[in-house]
Ligand binder design. Structure first.
Ligand code: SAM
Ligand code: SF4
Length: 326
């Protein structure tokens, strides 16, 4: 049980760790001009990641998601997975990837200890996929997902940001795709960030619209587990796959927040849309600093706010989600 508790009594068994802010894609809602500025070389080193994870695991964190930027751009990606997997108390090591190398690398990821992969696929139409991501790679990414199934990857989820006029007409195609495959399709409501204001206004589809469509089609909501992500899960008796609906603008979205984030430079982010990050890096330099690190993490939790203020267009210091890992 996580001993990390905030003033509202929320506990935090789940950490999202960004291992780089570099990305090779140009998703139009995230990095439309590509990754112009990054701190890839200055990202946390393996030994710093090891100390960080040991501190969080002592605080009862059980699940780590490795994200970015594109986390697989790290040459030591499999070492990172292995290191996290070996930490006592960590029962799930998950990752979020654009999937560009998944078909070639999935067996190495599995060997290193990955338990769950979220792959971002914003369209099943190669033309629209290329328009959204700036890359004509849909077939390789689908091949990577197939390879994941063949090699026995325990959990495969697909992240899809539904956007008006770009891919919101593809819902039925996505549903047909998960009819006979045990994929959880996470439909994510587009979020406004510091950099995408106009894009957001043009393409945002509200979570409640998506929810109504699902309910009309017979999808039924199911309960979520303690260390689950932010999605509300839905199932349908005719489908092997499930839907995870992520609606950050819903009034109660933050009530059961159970996750913390650490950036690739070692800043603890209490909220995806918070203003301040709390620097942990100076306490990641030596093994003997673990107690001080644990104390800083614990005391920082007092600063966690009840909710974000996205509904008022306040996006904190988050220019894009590649900075923080989404
Ligand atoms: N590069 C990896 C990927 O795309 O899967 C990991 C990092 S990416 C920031 C993590 C997730 O955030 C992706 O599924 C992406 O679609 C989502 N995302 C990025 N910007 C977003 C936004 N403005 N609104 C909603 N989701 C966003
Ligand atoms: Fe890169 Fe992921 Fe952002 Fe797309 S969503 S630009 S793949 S970080």
């Amino acid at each position: 049980m996580s001993s990390l508790k905030d003033t509202l009594g929320r506990t935090f068994p789940y950490l999202r760790l960004s291992v780089t802010d570099l990305c090779n894609f140009r998703c139009n809602y995230c990095l439309p001009d590509g990754c112009l500025e990054h701190n890839h070389k200055a990202a946390l080193k393996l030994v710093e990641i090891k100390r960080l994870i040991h501190a969080f695991s002592q605080l009862g964190v059980e699940k780590i998601r490795i994200t970015g930027g594109e986390p697989t751009l790290r040459h030591d990606f499999t070492d990172i997975v292995q290191t996290i997997k070996a930490a006592p108390g960590i029962h799930t090591v998950a990752m979020t990837t654009n999937g560009y190398k998944m078909d070639q690398c999935i067996s190495a990821w599995l060997k290193a200890g990955i338990d769950a992969v979220n792959v971002s696929v914003d369209s099943l139409n190669p033309g629209a996929f290329s328009l959204i991501t700036g890359h004509n790679r849909l077939q390789e990414i689908l091949a990577g997902i197939k390879a994941g199934f063949e090699l026995g990857l325990p959990v495969i989820k697909v992240n899809t940001v539904l956007m008006k006029g770009l891919n919101d007409g593809e819902l039925s195609r996505f549903l047909a795709w998960i009819k006979d495959q045990p994929i959880t399709l996470r439909l994510i409501e587009l979020m406004e960030t510091g950099d995408n204001h106009d894009f957001f206004n043009r393409h945002h589809v509200s979570g409640s619209t998506i929810r109504s469509q699902l309910i009309d089609l017979g999808w039924v909501r199911i309960a979520r587990s303690r260390d689950a992500g932010p999605a509300q899960e839905y199932r349908h008796s005719d489908y092997q796959g499930r839907i995870g609906l992520i609606t950050p603008y819903a009034r109660d979205f933050c009530d059961d927040c159970n996750r913390l984030r650490v950036t690739s430079l070692g800043k603890l982010q209490l909220c995806l849309f918070g203003d301040q990050g709390i620097d942990l890096r100076d306490l990641l330099q030596h093994d003997h600093q673990q107690d001080a690190l644990i104390e800083r993490i614990t005391s920082s939790l007092r600063l966690k706010k009840d909710s974000h203020f996205l509904d008022q267009g306040i996006t904190g210091n988050t220019a894009n989600l590649a900075q923080l890992g989404g």
